[in-house]
Each structure stands twice: as C-alpha cells, then as structure tokens.
Design a protein. Structure first.
Length: 491
C-alpha cells in the first residue's frame, strides 16, 4: 500500500514531522503540527527553567516581583521584597530595557555581601519578565560536570536563554468530533491484533458539519492520541498533525469527576485559517535538529553535546525566518549565581559569546570582594577578569538594618505557615543581625519542629534557642573546627 495516506477532502497528508504549538487565539493549549521549513521545531511547553533544585526555589518562594511603583520607585515592602531599594530600582530599569529589547548581549553584575538578597533580586527580575521571556538560572558550579565540556555547558545555558517567537498562519480543520468509525483489519505482522485500515471522522462547529475519510496512518494517530467523540480537535491540513484541545462543552459527561479541560465548540467553518504563535528556545531547536542530523541517533545513546555546525544551521534558519517577518528573537536572561566558581576559560568564552547577535542578557552574582580568578593567580575585583567587568553594569546590595531583617523573617515565616511569638521574632532578628540573615531564616523550620513537639502551633523563644543551640552558624562551626585543628597540631 502507498505509504502516504489520504484524507480525501483534504488531499495528501504527510505526518512525518511533529511539533507542538501554543495557540494564542484560544487558550495556551498545545497543538501538534508540522513546520513547513526544514527546521525541526521540537515540542515545547515551558520555556523557563528557573531552577532544577527544589531547595533553591523554596528559599525565595515569597518573592513575587520587584515591588516598584509606576515611577519605578521601590516601595518599602512589596511583592515579598523588603528594603534594598537602590538595587531594586536598578533592577527595575533593567527589566524595562530587557522588555524593550535594548539589553541583548549586555551583562549585569549584582555584587554584595552574603545574604543581602542578590539571588532574591534575580528571582524578582525573572518574575517581572513574565512567562514569555526565557529566564535560566544556573550556579556556576553546574558548568563543571563529567557529562560535557564546561564551555559546552555554558553555551547550552546561553542558548536556553534565547527565545524565538514564531508566527504562522495555517489552514486547519477545527471542531468537535461528532462521529468516528474505524475500519479494522488484522495486523499484517501480527494477525491476532487488529489495526485500523481507515477511518471516517465527522467534525462539527456550531454552524457546519463535515465528514472526512482518512487512511491508516492518521487513523492510528486518532487512536494513539485518544481522540473520541465529544473531543474538540484541530488538524493541520497540510501535514495531518492532530491536536486535542479538550472535551466539548456539548458532549455528554462520562464521569462525575473529570480531569479534562472543557472547551467551547468553535463557531464558523470547519476549515479555517488560524494564526499560531509559539516560543521555543535556540537550545530546543539545536537539540531537535541535532537528533535529526545524526544518522546514528537511532542506535547510539544521544550525545549531550551539540555540534557547532548544527548550531550554525539553526542560527541561519532562524535569521532567515526573522528576515521574512515570520519570527522574532526574544533575548532572555541567563543568571549565573556564584560567579566566582567560573574559571578563566569560561570567562573568556563567555566574553566572546556575548559579542554574537544572538546572545542573551547575562546576570552574574558575586559575594566576593577581591579574589583570585579561578585557574590563574591573578587577583581581580569579584574574581572576574577586568575585560569582562568592563562591560558589566554593576548593582550593589547592602547589609540590612535590624528592622529590615525583622520584616524579612516575618515574611519568610508567613510564607512557610509558621507562627512566631513576638519574643521569638525578636530573638531571630537578633540572631540575623549578629550572624547572618540566612542563618536566622534557616532556623525557622527546626524551631517550628520544636514547637510542634510541644504540641504548640506557635514558635516561642525557647524553640528558637533550642534550634540555635543545635545548628551552628558559620562563625561557630569554623571556630569549632579551628579549635580542633589546634588541638590536633598540639599533639
Ligand atoms: N530584600 C529582601 N526581601 C525579602 N527577602 C529577602 C531579601 N533579601 C534577601 N531575602 C531572603 O533572604 C534569604 C537570603 O538572601 P539571598 O539568598 O538572596 O542572598 P544572596 O545575596 O544571594 O547571598 P549569597 O551571596 O550567599 O548567595 C533568601 O531566602 C532571600 O529570599
Ligand atoms: Mg545567592
């Protein structure tokens, strides 16, 4: 039988390529569809990769934004952020520049003592940027792994931070499935099984009903995507790709509790032109195209490193789409925390990569004053080479006042659902002032456990003291070890 299967009213369909699109017209649903160029566009649902580790997110879960007014002035306490006004206002301007596309290829350094909210401000920037602008957060230590070269890890992170917004007009069939019949025949390879040889599908909108017959490949797609009567679907006319939008609100309810989205039956004609907009990252495109270009990919395990040729080909395709007005670049942010862990080679590589027209905005954070640049004996401000420093805009964070520490602890306690007595809050504030804000914040959870042991819903000063006795802060722990070392050496 001919491998191309027919959907008679539609003409020849070819379902060899696939991607998912989010349709801006209706919801943020994903559609399956094929792209007419040779560029393989992967399935993407989320472009942001704020952090892989739970711990890192949870420490900043109270932050909702930068807490600025329309005039970009920082409010005292807003969006979970307290004080640190100058840095927040600077971050506000940067968010504006990023949104206006005026920051691409530029870099920012957030510098300040430990626990003064550098990571918190970067998280706030990501919240302000919204969902459509990629924001990638990594710790510089993540570049050093056995899986790939460090420069490869860096370039992949940079390309995850660049979005490509693609717009397309496509002819689609859209509506509720009101009839679906399969013509089943024995599987030629396994006659005990039956497979669909063809199917007849009837699709209806509120105003029109049309019936189509389809060949076995598309019929198989109906089965594998679980399409049934009552579903609202969209089929790309050119490629035959099918997307399932949800259950029709006209369909009879099958279960009392359903996990499916209920959608309206569309109006108008079954066959229509629709505009699709979706954002993928350059890294998504690299990966999808690398997979396709490798002849051995079927048999060999996928390599995590991507060829430079693949990247160049992707860049060229994307550029031509941009020139044709069919795509837009969306430069996002790559936030590299704990920058002092980067070494000279990574810095040099990044400096060069920032020159490219497809570079993201780089935000670095450092709590070091003067430090050796890793991999050299050169001491430089923040452990960053001078030529890179030269192109960075610098935001500084300052130590907090007692009142600010107190408010931050209050906010963190509220975020974790922990009740504090007034004395306990005072004690934690004092600890935060004397040692570090982070230590005080970290004591919240163990102190709360001690409160629970007392069968109390409120943390008292005794719980805080008990937790502070058990868990050391950095000064205590290093002093303790120093004492031990001295003792050992004395012997
Ligand atoms: N201005 C602020 N408002 C509210 N919460 C804050 C603020 N500053 C810091 N925090 C919270 O205090 C804790 C420590 O801050 P953060 O981790 O951002 O410090 P940092 O400057 O990145 O420190 P390090 O140099 O050690 O990385 C976090 O839980 C953070 O969310
Ligand atoms: Mg930090």
């Amino acid at each position: 039988m001919c491998p191309t299967l027919l959907l008679y009213e539609l003409g020849t369909l070819n379902s060899s390529m696939s991607l998912k699109l989010s349709n801006v017209v209706s919801t943020k649903r994903l559609y399956s569809q094929a792209f007419p160029l040779t560029l393989v566009i992967p399935m993407v649902s989320e472009i942001r990769e704020i952090s892989k580790t739970f711990e890192r997110i949870s420490a900043h879960s109270h932050i909702r934004g930068l807490g600025l007014d329309e005039d970009l002035k920082a409010k005292d306490v807003a969006d979970g952020l307290v004080g640190q006004k100058k840095a927040r206002e600077a971050a506000g301007i940067i968010v504006r520049l990023i949104k206006e596309g005026k920051m691409a290829g530029r870099g920012i350094l957030i510098a300040g003592p430990p626990g003064t909210g550098k990571t918190a401000i970067a998280v706030a920037i990501s919240k302000e940027l919204g969902k459509d602008i990629p924001f990638v957060q990594v710790s510089a230590s993540e570049f050093f792994s056995t899986e790939m070269k460090k420069t490869e890890a860096l370039i992949q992170a940079m390309r995850k931070a660049i979005g490509v917004r693609i717009r397309e007009r496509r002819i689609v069939l859209e509506g509720e499935v009101v009839g679906l019949d399969y013509n089943m025949v024995p599987n030629p390879y396994n006659p005990t099984q039956k497979v669909p040889e063809s199917a007849t599908i009837t699709i209806a909108t509120k105003d029109e009903k049309r019936t189509f017959s389809v060949g076995s490949r598309i019929a198989m797609q109906f089965i594998s995507s679980g399409i049934e009567v009552g579903d609202v679907i969209v089929i790309d006319k050119e490629t035959g790709r099918i997307g399932r939008l949800g259950k029709s609100n006209r369909a009879k309810k099958k279960y009392d509790i359903e996990d499916e989205e209920i959608v309206d039956v569309p109006n108008g004609r079954v066959e229509k032109e629709k505009e699709f907009t979706y954002v993928v990252t350059l890294h998504d495109l690299d990966e999808a195209n690398a997979r396709r270009s490798s002849i051995f990919s079927l048999f060999s395990p996928p390599s995590r490193e991507i060829d430079n040729e693949v990247r160049q080909a992707v860049d060229e395709k994307v550029k031509s789409l941009v020139e044709e007005g069919r795509a837009e670049l969306v430069p996002g942010v790559l936030f590299i925390d704990e920058t002092h862990l980067m070494d000279i080679e990574l810095f040099a590589f990044m400096n060069r990569a920032m020159e490219s027209d497809m570079a993201p905005i780089i935000i670095l954070a450092s709590n070091r004053g003067f430090a050796k640049i890793r991999g050299t004996d050169i001491v430089a401000p923040h452990g960053i080479p001078l030529d890179l420093l030269d192109r960075l805009l610098i935001i500084t964070t300052e130590p907090y006042s007692r009142e600010e520490i107190k408010t931050i602890i209050e906010i963190r306690a509220a975020e974790s659902g922990i009740m504090l007595s007034r004395e306990a809050l005072e004690k934690l504030t004092e600890i935060g002032e004397k040692t570090s804000l982070r230590y005080a914040v970290q004591l919240l959870a163990p102190a709360n456990e001690y409160a629970k042991l007392r069968k109390s819903g409120k943390v008292e000063i005794s719980d805080v003291n008990r937790a502070a006795e058990i868990f050391a802060d950095v000064t205590q722990s290093s002093e303790y070890l120093k004492k031990w070392e001295e003792k050992l050496l004395a012997h």
